[in-house]
Ligand binder design. Structure first.
Ligand code: NAD
Ligand code: TDX
Length: 337
C-alpha cells in the first residue's frame, strides 16, 4: 500500500510515519509537508534513508503539487494543519488557509485519483468546552461548538471531509482526539513548553487559575488508533480516540512535572489567561473500543516521566527550536517585550 501522509514533519505526523514503517513492512509512505515553523525534518532523521519513505516539500493549498503527490496513492492520512490555539488568536488567516482551503484541495485530488481511504486527523476541540466536575464527555454525536479560530477551522475541515463522503462518495474516516504528548511535541504546546522551561531553569507559564482540564493521550496510542481505523473503520464514520487520564487539570500536570524534576511550586508562574479558554475536554472512546478493539496502553504518569527523559536526552533537538523566530513569538505571547 502507498500512503500519502500530510504534515509528516510535525509532531504527530512524524511519530505516525515512524510507527507505520515499523509496523507495516510492505507499505511505502510519501510525506508531503510545507515545513512551516512547526515542521522539522530532524523529527525524521532516523528514517530519511528508508527506501520506503519519500519526502515532498509542498503546501497542501498548491493543487498541482498535491495532484502530483497523489499519483498511485491508495490511502491519505491528513495531519497537516496550523495546530496552535494561541497562534490562531494572534492571526487566524493561516488557519483558514491551511486547515479549511488546504483540506478541500486534498479532497479534490483524492477524488480525482480515486483513493480508497482519506483519513482526516481532527481534534476534540471542535466540540467546544465541557463544565468542570461534570460527568459529560465528548463523543461522536456531540454537537459541534468550536470556540477558537483554530477549532473553528478544524470544524470546517471536518465538515468538508464529511461532505466529500455524502456528496461524492469519497471513502473517508475521521478521528477526533485529545491533547497528544510524547517525543517531538513542539515547545509552544503546554507540556513541551513546561518541560523545556524547567530544564532551562525557567518557570511554567500557567494561564488563568490553572484549573483547565485536558485529556492526555500518548502519541503512540493515537498512531495505533489511526491504524485500527484504517484497518477496521467504516467509510463515512468518525471515531473518538482517547487516553487514560481522568480530569487532570493543568496545575496537577505541572505538579507532576515538578515532582519528576525535583522542583518546587515557585517554578509555576500564573500569567494572563487565554481568551476564550475552553474549561474542560474529556473524550468517550467507547465506540473505538467496541467497533475497532482500540484500547490506550500508555499510563500518563509513566509516559510523562519517559517524555521528560526524552527531552533531557534530546536537548540538541529542542534548544535550536527555542531560538530565533520562536523567541519573537514567545515574547509576544507572554508579554515579555
Ligand atoms: P504540528 O503543528 O506539530 O505539525 C503540523 C505539520 O503540518 C508541520 O509539519 C507543518 O509543517 C505542516 N503544515 C502546516 N501547514 C501546512 C501546509 N499548508 N501544507 C503542508 N504542510 C503543512 O501539529 P501536530 O500537533 O502534529 O498535529 C497534527 C494534526 O493533529 C493536526 O491536524 C492537528 O489539528 C491534529 N491534532 C493535534 C493534537 C495535538 O495534541 N497536537 C490533538 C488533536 C488533533
Ligand atoms: O503557556 C501555556 N500555559 C497554559 O496554561 C500554554 C501554551 C497553555 N496553557 C494551557 C492551555 C490549555 O488549557 O494548557 C492547556 C494545553 O494548552 P495547549 O498545549 O496549547 O493545547 P490545547 O489548547 O489544549 O490544544 C491542543 O490539544 C488539541 C493542541 O494544541 C491542538 O492542536 C489539539 O487539537
Amino acid at each position: 500500500m502507498k500512503i500519502l501522509v500530510t504534515g509528516g514533519a510535525g509532531f504527530i505526523g512524524s511519530n505516525f510515519i515512524r510507527y507505520w514503517l515499523a509496523k507495516h513492512p510492505d507499505d511505502a509512505i510519501v510525506n508531503l509537508d510545507k515545513l512551516t515553523y512547526a515542521g522539522n525534518l530532524e523529527n525524521l532523521k532516523d528514517i530519511v534513508d528508508n527506501n520506503r519513505y519519500t519526502f515532498v516539500k509542498a503546501d497542501i493549498c498548491d493543487a498541482d503539487a498535491v495532484d502530483r503527490a497523489m499519483q498511485g496513492v491508495d490511502t491519505v492520512v491528513h495531519f497537516a494543519a496550523e495546530s496552535h490555539v494561541d497562534r490562531s488568536i494572534m492571526d487566524a488567516a493561516p488557519f483558514v488557509m491551511t486547515n479549511v482551503v488546504g483540506t478541500q484541495v486534498l479532497l479534490d485530488a483524492a477524488m480525482r485519483h480515486h483513493v480508497t481511504r482519506f483519513h482526516h486527523v481532527s481534534t476534540d476541540e471542535v466540540f467546544g468546552s465541557l463544565e468542570l466536575d461534570a460527568e459529560e464527555k465528548f463523543n461522536e454525536t456531540t454537537r459541534y461548538n468550536p470556540r477558537s479560530p483554530y477549532s473553528a477551522s478544524k470544524a470546517g475541515s471536518d465538515h468538508l471531509v464529511r461532505a466529500a463522503f455524502y456528496t461524492h462518495g469519497l471513502p473517508i474516516t475521521i478521528t477526533n482526539t485529545e491533547n497528544n504528548y510524547g517525543p517531538y511535541l513542539f515547545p509552544e504546546k503546554f507540556l513541551s513548553l513546561a518541560i523545556t522551561n524547567l530544564l532551562e531553569g525557567k518557570k511554567i507559564p500557567m494561564y488563568g487559575d490553572g484549573k483547565y482540564v485536558r485529556d492526555w493521550l500518548y502519541v503512540e496510542d493515537h498512531c495505533r488508533g489511526i491504524d485500527l481505523v484504517l484497518q477496521k473503520g467504516k467509510p463515512g464514520e468518525t471515531y473518538c480516540i482517547g487516553g487514560l487520564t481522568q480530569d487532570l487539570n493543568n496545575l496537577e500536570v505541572a505538579q507532576k512535572l515538578l515532582a519528576i524534576l525535583g522542583k518546587g511550586e515557585e517554578a509555576i508562574e500564573f500569567v494572563k489567561d487565554r481568551p476564550g479558554h475552553d474549561r474542560r475536554y474529556a473524550v468517550d472512546w467507547s465506540k473505538a473500543r467496541r467497533e475497532l478493539g482500540y484500547e490506550p496502553l500508555y499510563y500518563f504518569d509513566t509516559y510523562l516521566a519517559k517524555t521528560v527523559q526524552w527531552y533531557k536526552d534530546n536537548e540538541a533537538w529542542w534548544k535550536p527550536i527555542k531560538s530565533g523566530k520562536y523567541l519573537e513569538y514567545y515574547e509576544k505571547q507572554y508579554n515579555l517585550s
